[in-house]
Design a protein around this ligand. Structure first.
Ligand SMILES: Nc1ncnc2c1ncn2[C@@H]1O[C@H](COP(=O)(O)OP(=O)(O)O)[C@@H](O)[C@H]1O
Ligand SMILES: [Mg+2]
Length: 428
């Protein structure tokens, strides 16, 4: 199990790569999907298959991205599709360093059948999700330094705060709640960035099935991060995300899961409904009472007593971090992750990318992009552009009239010259 420990020199451990197997009936990779070339299978979530892809533009520029193909079974369900499209459009409007940027949402035929496959394309965060980082640390027996654990939670809170405060066009709050703040949705890059993914699509994910009955580990695991009110099926608000983020903090500082599975324990969902938090003292952390107080406030059963906003919790956690000299830069976090676990993964992905660049793929079908709302061009930008165009036209016109004046002067001079010549010869 992962235990939070103090900062130590990087231990370079060469571990075999943990790569998910390609789904059984999936065509081989690389393969083209609309304007994307999918070249690496990243994993299968509750409702989608996730691929690392290269997006190419008409002019040949390309960038790495992640394409999330919604499994045909769900994408062809109109109610599910409608909800996903609606929420993914909201998510696409979020633009923040702690949130994975969604930049494409579309429909395209799925190779596994059906012709109404939905997909979401988003920025690729090269690194690990928190669950994978946790596993890597456990496999290599490398503790995650305390300052990194704190940094990760602070960054998650920053992303949540931004999303919770988003306003709609009429200036009213959009009421965005992530609903699925779990370790697999916290991505940490080798640059040390921490980004939340799956914003807004968790509601659709929940439609996928009853978290208890569905025979899917990924879905069941989500119950372990639910606030009591969420697990009880009540209407939730931003404070459910704060509870979930605090579970992440609890688990990182204690080095173990809050709600455990197995034995004769109640199901994760029942444990989440009860919301009982074991009274443990974080071992490796200074000023523990302060840290415990922050955790206790984030995990209040009654949401009225919980932190009212992510920023309030962030303020307390940052102050604790600063005053106890536990601040870590992104550079250190990313560098530590890369040195310990990253090299083999990056090398493998580069190789797959190179292979995907070799063959000249023929598109198997066209994907249709669901148009986003028309870009709101600021009036001033248009005005500046119009003024520039007008200026250019005036300059051209001025140039043309100048040329005409010179032509006229030349003609007059020529006529004067001819007249003088004729006069000298005595014609006048
Ligand atoms: N934009 C991304 N960049 C890098 N990895 C990603 C990205 N999106 C998803 N992943 C990886 O794929 C995994 C599964 O994604 P997801 O569909 O969200 O599954 P789950 O429902 O289990 O969270 C994530 O946990 C993460 O490891
Ligand atoms: Mg996810």
């Amino acid at each position: 199990m992962l235990t939070a420990g103090s900062w130590s020199l990087p231990v370079v451990t060469v571990l075999p790569l943990e790569l998910p197997p390609l789904p059984l009936n999936a065509p081989p990779l690389p393969r083209r999907f609309g304007r994307y070339v999918l070249f690496e299978f990243i994993g299968r979530g509750g409702m989608a298959e996730i691929y690392l892809a290269r997006a190419t533009t008409d002019l040949g520029a390309s960038r790495l991205c992640v394409v999330k193909q919604i499994i045909a079974e769900y994408a062809s369900d109109p109610q599910f599709a409608e909800m996903l499209v609606y929420e993914a459009k909201v998510a696409a409007k979020l633009s923040h360093p702690n949130i994975v940027q969604v930049f494409d949402l579309g429909r395209g035929a799925l190779e596994s059948g059906g012709n109404d496959g939905l997909f979401i394309a988003m920025e690729y965060v090269e690194g690990f999700d928190l669950a994978a980082l946790w596993r890597q640390c456990a496999r290599a027996d490398v503790p995650l330094p305390r300052e990194f654990a704190l940094r990760i939670v602070c960054e998650v809170l920053r992303g949540l705060e931004y999303a919770h405060r988003r306003l709609g066009p009429a200036g009213t709050p959009l009421g965005i709640v992530h609903r699925d703040v779990t370790p697999s949705n916290v991505l940490i890059s080798f640059e040390g960035e921490v980004k939340l993914c799956d914003f807004g699509i968790a509601r659709a994910n929940i439609l996928v099935g009853d978290v208890e009955r569905k025979d899917d580990d990924a879905l069941k695991g989500k119950a372990g991060y639910m606030s009591p009110e969420h697990a009880r099926g009540e209407v939730i608000d931003a404070r459910a995300d704060i509870f979930a983020a605090t579970i992440l903090l609890w688990e990182l500082v204690h080095g173990k899961r809050l709600y455990q599975r197995g034995g004769d324990r109640p199901s994760l969902l029942d444990q989440a409904r009860a919301g009982e938090i074991p009274a443990l003292v974080p071992q490796e952390f200074p000023d523990v009472e302060r840290l415990q107080a922050i955790i206790a406030k984030g995990l209040m059963f009654d949401r009225e007593e919980r932190y009212a906003s992510a920023s309030l919790m962030l303020r307390d956690l940052e102050r604790y971090t600063r005053q106890n000299d536990l601040v870590a830069s992104p550079l250190r976090l990313g560098g530590w992750m890369f040195e310990n676990f990253g090299e083999a993964l990056v090398e493998h992905r580069r190789e797959r990318e190179r292979i995907s660049e070799r063959p000249n793929f023929e598109p198997t079908f066209e994907s249709e992009v669901i148009p986003p709302e028309p870009p709101a061009w600021p009036e001033e930008a248009l005005a500046v552009q119009n003024a520039a165009n007008l200026g250019r036209l005036k300059a051209i016109a001025a140039g043309q009239s100048n040329a005409r004046v010179w032509q006229l002067i030349a003609l007059v001079l020529m006529l004067v010259g001819v007249a003088m010549l004729l006069a000298r010869r005595g014609h006048f």
